[in-house]
Design a protein around this ligand. Structure first.
Ligand SMILES: Nc1ncnc2c1ncn2[C@@H]1O[C@H](COP(=O)(O)OP(=O)(O)OP(=O)(O)O)[C@@H](O)[C@H]1O
Ligand SMILES: [Mg+2]
Length: 308
């Protein structure tokens, strides 16, 4: 649905985005993650046809951003990272303004707007002034605005920044709802964990270069480099360690008290052998779990170049 081919964008001395290659498939929720200044906004603005790349091009829904910008604009809903100021405008007027700008037929406009306000949980605010809304409501309104022309692709630049935990969760629910409506979504953030549980694919960018992209789990695996199994035994932890280190599929065992952290190569899909050999050796196993990677850790590891 989104294809980026060799896009480079420079600002004077800064290469904001460098030879970017990226594909987002239909129905994907793609998390675009990187620290401040990484090039996320630049990429999204290029896709939204607001910035012209110095090199390369992209297509959205098959339309070329360079040669068919109007077609692209019809397909996308772009939510910028900053919400403009709208004095003296009510929520409903604001929505109506965008609906008319997108030439939503007058006769359908009311229903379209009310449906979207319902979806974004703003229907109770339709007659309030935009300026009087809380930040979270403004973010939702900004997303609501991007939906008036029923775009297939949503480009959301840090839509969840500055939201409190509850608003974040509500926002996440809203995005899931949009995914069920079969929208393709590209969403940026600095915070990997904010995106990881509802994005199916992610890409990590730093200093204009895409460090990796693909399925969330595959990337975590790739970065983690091993499967981690955590075992708690009742006693005999030393014996357990001895037994485990001898196993061909175990690369490392770390013991602390009755707790064992076992590293298994990614090629070993089934880690149930760990419990099996412990039990076979008469060791009482209290708990076993394959631990999920600490995403923030992974993120810091791979972006440490620029962060430090
Ligand atoms: N209009 C501009 N003029 C000059 N330099 C710019 C401009 N826009 C962006 N840059 C530079 O391009 C680089 C990438 O900026 P960009 O805004 O794309 O990063 P970002 O990943 O969105 O960061 P943030 O997380 O802070 O929003 C930065 O070094 C920035 O200073
Ligand atoms: Mg940005």
């Amino acid at each position: 649905m989104i294809e980026i081919h060799g896009v480079t964008k420079r600002f004077k001395h800064v290469v904001a985005v460098k030879e970017l290659e990226l594909t987002v498939r239909e129905g994907d929720i793609f998390g675009y993650i990187g620290p401040n200044g990484a090039g996320k906004t630049t990429t999204i603005r290029v896709l939204a046809t607001l910035l012209r790349p110095d090199e390369g091009y992209a297509t959205i829904g098959g339309y070329n951003i360079l040669t068919q910008p109007l077609k692209v604009k019809r397909v996308i809903g772009y939510m910028p990272d900053f919400f403009g100021v709208y004095d003296d405008m009510k929520v409903w007027e604001y929505m109506d303004f965008f609906a008319s700008a997108y030439k939503v037929e007058r006769s359908k406009r009311k229903k379209v707007i009310d449906d979207i306000l319902e979806l974004t949980d703003l229907i109770g605010k339709r007659d309030e002034y935009v300026d009087a809304l809380s930040r979270g409501m403004k973010q939702r309104l900004c997303l609501a605005k991007t939906l008036v022309h029923d775009p297939q692709v949503l480009l959301l630049d840090e839509p969840a920044s500055g939201l409190d935990p509850r608003a974040r969760i509500e926002f996440r629910e809203l995005l899931k709802e949009l995914q069920r409506m079969n929208k393709t979504i590209m969403i940026s953030s600095h915070i990997l964990t904010e995106l990881s549980d509802f994005c199916n694919t992610i890409g990590i960018i730093e200093q204009g270069e895409l460090l990796c992209s693909g399925e969330v789990n595959a990337i975590i695996d790739q970065l983690q480099g091993a499967r981690i199994v955590e075992v708690k035994v009742r006693d005999d932890a030393e014996h357990a360690e001895e037994v485990l280190v001898q196993h061909a599929s175990v690369t490392k065992v770390h013991r602390e008290g009755n707790q064992l952290v076992i590293e298994v190569p990614l090629s070993v899909e089934d880690t149930s052998f760990v419990t099996e050999i412990l039990v076979r050796n008469g060791i009482k196993v209290v708990a076993v779990q394959e631990s999920a990677a600490d995403l923030e850790d992974v993120f810091m590891k791979i972006t440490k170049g620029a962060v430090q």
